[in-house]
Design a protein around this ligand. Structure first.
Ligand code: ADP
Ligand code: SF4
Ligand code: MG
Length: 328
């Protein structure tokens, strides 16, 4: 876990990302993949971002990096609003993304050395061939690969090792901020912890700041300083990692934790088991009012009429629910 000082490195204000999707002949409708999301990440901090598949996590990550143009909202980096193409270009030198699928994100016909060296070539980051080689070996050592791996091809490696190669490649440009988009979801459970530990060590060594995305709260628990929970394009809860684990206040966060066995019975009772019924609605037909109301055991009239405000209920703990008191 990184040491956090009080300075915000990344600040997202009222971010929206709507996709126009076809819903019939010549008819389109906006799909609200991300709908008014705000948060900040301090320098050296890890913010975990969790929620079921389709709730908008990847879109948040891609929009922050301006891989998608935001429909609305502001992205601030190191105290500066990212607005012009020039700002975006500068920002991209400092911010990068690690992808979910280590199988499709690496070219299997390139050697490890070429995969990691490519960004160095693109950005002219060395003077001599020797310097390039040294840098590639250094990046490989960061992720636990040794020099014998350099001339081998990506397809010769296991999923966990491919993910290490992808991370070494992302580190080539000396990023400060990395969006880690479910970097362990495609890996065997047995090696997930190793790869997460590696992210943790790299953070300490290189002073990195992470937005760490996962669909499972447990995966991000140990690496995150704080955790944000998303549902249908909206943020429903945000708190310190331990706080959200021990004292989840939103019915949706509680349901995410109900799905996993909790060894401590006191914590299990405090979490009040909520088992979700039904599927997550399509963001094209999002419910009125609270997005969670079609699956929430506490939903009432008010929940279908108005969207609950995202309120700070104790220091640093934010929740969007009309019936916080009844639920807890
Ligand atoms: N490029 C796109 N065009 C249209 N819809 C998209 C696009 N990318 C994502 N979506 C939709 O936006 C919603 C959020 O997707 P995504 O951000 O990938 O969620 P997550 O990463 O949480 O699984 C989903 O309903 C998805 O189908
Ligand atoms: S606002 Fe209503 S529907 Fe939404 S989580 Fe709270 S109780 Fe459930
Ligand atoms: Mg995703």
């Amino acid at each position: 876990m990184g040491d956090s000082n009080e300075k915000n490195l990344v600040e997202i204000k009222h971010l929206k990302e709507y996709f126009n999707v076809n819903v019939g002949f010549f008819k389109t409708r906006p799909l609200k993949a991300v709908d008014d999301v705000s948060f900040s990440i301090k320098k050296g901090e890890t913010l975990g971002l969790v929620g079921e598949s389709g709730c908008g996590k990847t879109t948040v990550g891609r929009t922050i990096l301006n891989l998608y143009k935001p429909t609305a909202g502001e992205i601030w980096y190191d105290g500066k609003l990212i607005k012009t193409n020039e700002d975006i270009k500068e920002f991209r030198k400092k911010a990068t993304m690690v992808f979910q699928d280590p199988y499709s994100s690496l070219n299997p016909r390139m050697t490890v050395s070429d995969i990691i060296g490519e960004p160095l070539d693109i950005h002219n980051m060395y003077k001599t061939k020797e310097e390039r080689r040294e840098r590639i070996l250094e990046l490989m050592s960061y992720v636990g690969l040794n020099s014998e791996h350099a001339s081998r091809y990506a397809h010769e490696f296991s999923g966990g090792q491919r993910q290490r190669i992808g991370i070494a490649r992302s580190l080539a440009v000396n990023p400060e901020f990395i969006v880690c988009d479910e970097p362990v979801s495609a890996l065997d459970v047995s090696i997930q912890a190793q790869v997460i530990n590696m992210f943790d060590e790299l953070q300490d060594k290189l002073g990195l700041t992470y937005l760490f995305i996962a669909h499972d709260l447990l995966v991000v628990r140990h690496i995150s300083d704080r955790i944000a929970v998303m549902y249908l394009g909206k943020m429903v809860e945000l708190a310190d990692a331990e706080e959200i684990y021990k004292n989840p206040l939103h019915p949706y966060s509680k349901s995410l934790l109900s799905a996993v066995p909790v060894p401590d019975p006191k914590i299990a009772r405090a979490n009040k088991r909520i088992v979700l019924s039904g599927d997550i609605p399509s963001p094209l037909n999002a419910p009125s009012g609270c997005p969670f109301r079609t699956r929430c055991p506490y939903a009432d009239e008010q929940c279908s009429c108005s969207m609950p405000e995202f309120k700070e209920v104790s220091k640093g703990h934010f929740v969007a629910c009309h019936h916080m008191e009844n639920v807890n």
